[in-house]
Write a protein that binds this ligand. Structure first.
Ligand SMILES: [Zn+2]
Length: 192
């Protein structure tokens, strides 16, 4: 049973998720458990970065509960589809990885059915699901010590901005002569 996620009460976190994410997504609430468990293991007062192993839901929990955001560069995402995250010391790379533990889901059929999509969505009672998440709390997470590769600790510095000769828009100079959008990226996104 968990009563607080980060500095929020469980109910306040559910509301905050609703505001930020558009609805009180069970994935973001579960993500909150993972972030909370990792935070409790980090030494107090250190500056840390985050890495999410999925681009779904979990990054929003990190952004709600830590100073790490996509925009400030302290949150990295590897879209591997694993519901796991790492928080680690910016300087040393030492930290903790937390993951939703499949074995522990066995004791929580509501969560298991939802996570593995075993039941049609309309048969899921959102209130019961949230209650099961609250009951499972930190017990749903597996936690391990990790050490991040040194290459990931180095900040990428962008080059000076230059004007792209094709689109006439500014982009960080990468020595390629045109911006990545004009070099092919844009046509995968925008119809001509
Ligand atoms: Zn361009």
């Amino acid at each position: 049973m968990i009563n607080k996620i980060g500095s929020f009460s469980f109910a306040a976190f559910v509301n905050r998720v609703k505001e930020f994410h558009g609805f009180s997504a069970p994935g973001v609430i579960l993500g909150g458990l993972l972030v909370d468990a990792a935070l409790k293991n980090l030494p107090a007062g250190i500056l840390y970065d985050a890495l999410c192993e999925t681009d779904k839901c979990l990054p929003d929990a990190v952004q709600l509960l830590t100073p790490c955001t996509i925009g400030n560069g302290w949150l990295r995402i590897r879209p591997w589809g694993r519901f796991a995250l790492a928080l680690y010391d910016k300087q040393t790379g030492a930290g903790f990885r937390t993951v939703l533990d499949p074995e522990r889901l066995e004791a929580f059929p509501e969560i298991k059915d939802w996570y593995y999509k075993l039941k049609p969505k309309e048969e899921t009672d959102p209130g019961q699901l949230l209650e099961a998440i609250r009951e499972g709390g930190a017990g749903l997470c597996r936690i391990q010590k990790i050490q991040i590769q040194p290459a990931l600790l180095i900040r990428e510095h962008r080059g000076k901005r230059v004007i792209c000769p094709q689109c006439r828009e500014a982009y960080p100079d990468n020595g390629n002569g045109a911006c990545p959008a004009c070099r092919g990226g844009a046509k995968d996104v925008y119809r001509q």
